[in-house]
Design a protein around this ligand. Sequence first.
Ligand code: SF4
Ligand code: SF4
Length: 57
Amino acid sequence: MAYVINSECISCGACEGECTVSAISEGDDKFVIDAELCIDCGACATVCPVEAPNPAE
Ligand code: SF4
Ligand code: SF4
């Protein structure tokens, strides 16, 4: 399991610093989560203003 950032992301960058395993980085049109690194903690979702990070289905 890993969190995934959806298309609502406005690239504010708030989530990047919250991730303790540095799984989040800036992508072409939105921030992205490396599924190999994500430990599913949910910290990124708590700081996102647009609820873009969500648990993968
Ligand atoms: Fe990082 Fe946790 Fe968000 Fe995964 S759920 S990207 S580990 S802050
Ligand atoms: Fe995108 Fe939300 Fe992260 Fe900001 S906090 S970069 S809007 S996912």
